[in-house]
Ligand binder design. Structure first.
Ligand code: ADP
Length: 385
């Protein structure tokens, strides 16, 4: 516990990425003692956090020792293996979210099975371990079929579209060789992709954010428009209700992000994340309480903050790394051109395609905001100069 103030909980976040960095930022305002377990001193949060523990953020010894030094532990990724989480809980460590809840964000097969039990609207799916299984599934649902690694994927890595049996057989063989369980899903002809953030405290209080539209390219979220323009009220309410029900049913503590597809009939659950999420970065500038502050409040079992918006629309665009690593050299132009743009950089080494920051703009006209946010993010990436 902190020497400085023993009544303030020592909050530990496992993983040193940008989610940890931005949660730390919220922790500063709340006066919460925040430690981070980071694998590398150059990790995004490790560069700025006052209390960094360097170690293996997925390994038993380091996660266990870290948890013992903290009052409560939370996560910036879902890659800590289940046996490690179990050992920490058995040793008396307080994990929020806990091991049982985290399983549903770690394994898409476990998640899909639970969503079916809950009656949450979902794409048709099936566990597959042989080409015949995929072919049988495709006979019912038609090609193309989406194949997904049950574990370990992110940003579309671990998601493949198979147009026919030959392609599917190659993916199944590769997954089998790597020992990765697979599931097949119908390829949903969605209108667009949506996401909902809901925070839940151990007390059972929930706060739900407006439904947002996420714009993906190559499996990566590029922009988020909050709230989703033109979404009919009934669908929006159904999506928020589904997120709240899932948070309660899975006993989530902290922020839960539910990624969804909007179809002509309604909304389908695609994916769950039990941590602050890229689709919620807009809340830093666009909501009364940011998702990072909300996550901390929930994990500390404090009353939750208001999730309402501070402007009719907020648009967030991710800044991806380009060929030229001197991003700071491009601030001058971006800031001079559009003083309304808020720039958030993560202090990460620049690699092409890597998420290194985001920009946000708030205002009345979502089309104009999207154009401005894209313009700033493209310029910061810097490829076309
Ligand atoms: P990850 O865990 O890598 O983010 P997701 O399951 O979210 O993987 O899938 C990544 C992207 O692939 C989605 O954002 C969506 O664009 C597309 N996708 C995933 N599942 C389906 C599906 N059943 N039908 C159509 N597109 C899908």
């Amino acid at each position: 516990m902190s020497e400085r103030n023993r009544t303030v909980p020592r909050m530990g976040m496992v993983g040193g990425g940008q989610l940890s960095r931005m949660t730390h930022q919220a922790g500063i305002a709340l006066g919460i003692d925040f430690s981070v377990l980071a694998a590398d001193p150059r990790d995004s949060a490790a560069r700025v956090c006052g209390d960094v523990v360097l170690g293996d953020d997925r390994g038993l010894d380091d996660v266990l020792a870290f948890a013992k030094a903290c009052d409560v532990v939370t996560f910036d990724h879902e890659h800590v293996p289940e046996p490690v989480l179990r050992a920490v809980e058995e040793a008396g460590g307080l994990l929020r979210p806990g091991r049982r809840a985290l399983r549903f964000a770690q394994d898409k097969l476990v998640m899909r099975t639970r969503m079916a039990e809950l009656g949450a609207p979902s794409p048709a799916w099936r566990a597959v371990s042989a080409p015949e299984h995929v072919d049988a599934f495709a006979d019912e649902h038609g090609w193309p079929i989406v194949l997904k690694a049950a574990r370990g994927g992110y940003d579309g890595k671990g998601v493949w579209i198979a147009d026919g049996p030959e392609e599917a057989a190659v993916i199944v063989a590769r997954a089998a060789a790597e020992g990765v369980p697979l599931l097949a899903e119908e390829k949903v002809g969605f209108r667009r992709e949506l996401a909902v953030q809901v925070a839940r405290s151990p007390h059972g209080q929930v706060a739900v954010y407006p439904v947002v539209e996420t714009l993906q390219r190559d499996g990566i979220c590029h922009e988020v428009i909050a709230p989703a323009p033109g979404l009919d009220e009934e669908k929006a309410t159904r999506a928020q209700q589904a997120a709240i029900e899932i948070a309660h049913a899975l006993d989530v503590t902290g922020v839960l992000a539910v990624e969804m597809f909007e179809t002509a009939e309604g909304v389908l659950v695609n994916e769950l994340a039990m941590r602050p999420h890229n689709s919620g970065h807009w809340t830093i500038d666009g909501a009364v309480t940011s998702q990072f502050e909300q996550h901390l409040r929930a994990v500390a079992n404090l009353p939750l903050g208001a999730p309402g918006t501070v402007a009719p629309y907020t648009v967030m665009a991710n800044v991806l790394g380009g060929a030229d690593p001197d991003v700071y050299g491009r601030y001058l132009h971006v800031m001079a051109k559009d003083p309304g743009v808020k720039v958030h950089m993560y202090g990460k080494d620049v690699r092409p395609g890597r998420k290194i920051g985001h920009v946000t703009v708030t205002g009345d006209d979502h089309r104009d905001l999207l154009a401005r946010a894209r313009d700033a993010a493209d310029y910061l990436r810097g490829d076309d100069q």
